[in-house]
Design a binder for this molecule. Structure first.
Ligand SMILES: [Zn+2]
Length: 379
């Protein structure tokens, strides 16, 4: 432990503090909640004499907002916004291990590697005499990214707003300016139950679902492939759940499927529903009942890469252009609130949520340097 750098130690200690999202299934309540991470970061902010406060989000769950005020008038604002929650894991996943330059443990890459690099750069800058004179830098530890993004939604609603926010996610240090949105829809068919020996007396809801399944697995994907975003490719549809009937000798009176439709910029929840209904009409399929299984709005992210702040960030992270990713992040709710947002951080998304999560310490260090360079280069 003694040979670790201050950044490695920060990451180690963050991974040691369990912060499983309480909305996800976890039997051990002592491992849940973002509060201990917030307290740990607050302790560090306190020793650096930084101003901080909490933002109420959900019962017992608060965003942490730490401000680094400039010496001159505030002309610009930048926010660093990694999330503090992690997905469920067993207690031993919170005992960090270092092997071959990588730190293993739940949250290592999603997204404590980002917290460590952002926060370390933030504290390092706070000690510099020559730091930006007219830019306020705000570190926000968010709650609930892994479930409903209540933290970033509250931030979008209550402020502060900024000229740019960097959401922390494992992007392998690439700069993400676009990602897909998502829409969860349930389609239901209704039938009439009867004895299985006399199916002609009933109406089979599963049979009614059959042409719908075919349309969504064959015709609809073809339609989606015709549409492409330069950074995101085509939108997608996935049938993730199917339910119906009770046993072989009963004609089922209901059947439901849950679909996950990943959307592109320009597509809305309404336009998606409309096009699916239109497809059913064209294929002469009786329209099922539509309902939403996720009530929060999850639109795509599409930040303008030509924004001056984005260009400054690209330069600081030694990248020529931004990229797109398929997964949803806090950057979308944040940008809905009026702050253009990017996604950036050390680690690979393939390791996020995996049993053996890890992050390369070299990448964490590079992320810290990029963030520090970016912040130092501001006015
Ligand atoms: Zn994450």
């Amino acid at each position: 432990m003694n040979r670790l750098s201050s950044l490695d130690r920060l990451l180690w200690e963050l991974v040691e503090i369990p912060s499983i999202n309480p909305s996800l299934e976890c039997k051990d309540a002592s491992l849940t909640g973002e509060e201990k991470i917030a307290q740990y970061l607050e302790g560090n902010a306190n020793s650096s004499r930084l101003e901080y406060k909490r933002m109420k989000v959900l019962p017992g769950r608060e965003n942490l907002v730490i401000r680094l005020k400039p010496s001159g008038n505030i002309k610009n604002k930048v926010m660093l916004t990694p999330h503090m929650d992690v997905v469920p894991a067993t207690p031993n996943a919170f005992v960090p291990k270092i092997k071959n330059g990588c730190l293993f443990g739940r949250g290592a890459c999603d997204t404590k590697g980002s917290i460590a690099s952002f926060f370390h750069a933030f504290l390092r800058l706070s000690k510099e005499i020559n730091r930006p004179k007219n830019t306020e830098i705000i570190f926000v530890g968010l709650v609930d990214e892994e479930f409903g993004q209540a933290g970033s939604r509250a931030l979008a609603q209550k402020g502060p707003k900024a000229d740019l926010a960097i959401a922390g996610e494992p992007t392998n240090l690439k700069v993400v300016s676009a990602h897909k949105g998502n829409l969860w829809i349930r389609l239901a068919t209704i039938g009439k139950s009867a004895h299985g020996s006399t199916p002609q007396h009933g109406s089979n809801a599963i049979n009614k679902m059959s042409p719908i399944l075919e349309a969504l697995t064959i015709e609809y994907p073809k339609l989606l492939l015709e549409r492409k975003h330069p950074l995101l490719g085509p939108p997608t549809v996935n049938i993730g759940k199917i339910q119906g009937g009770s046993q072989p000798n009963v004609v089922p009176d209901s059947c439901q499927i849950d679909i996950d439709r990943r959307t592109l910029p320009g597509e809305t929840d309404e336009s998606v529903k409309k096009e699916i209904k239109k497809l059913f009409r064209e294929l002469k399929i009786n329209c099922p009942e539509f309902s939403r299984t996720r009530t929060v709005h999850c639109p795509p992210l599409d930040t303008d890469p030509t924004l001056p702040m984005v260009q400054t960030f690209l330069k600081a992270s030694n990248r020529r252009k931004t990229i797109g990713v398929p997964y949803f992040t806090d950057a979308s709710p944040i940008s809905m609130g009026g702050t253009p947002a990017l996604v950036f951080g050390p680690g690979n998304i393939a390791q996020a949520h995996s049993k053996n999560e890890w992050v390369s310490l070299e990448e964490v260090e590079k992320a810290e340097q990029s963030i520090f360079r970016f912040l130092s280069n501001l006015e």
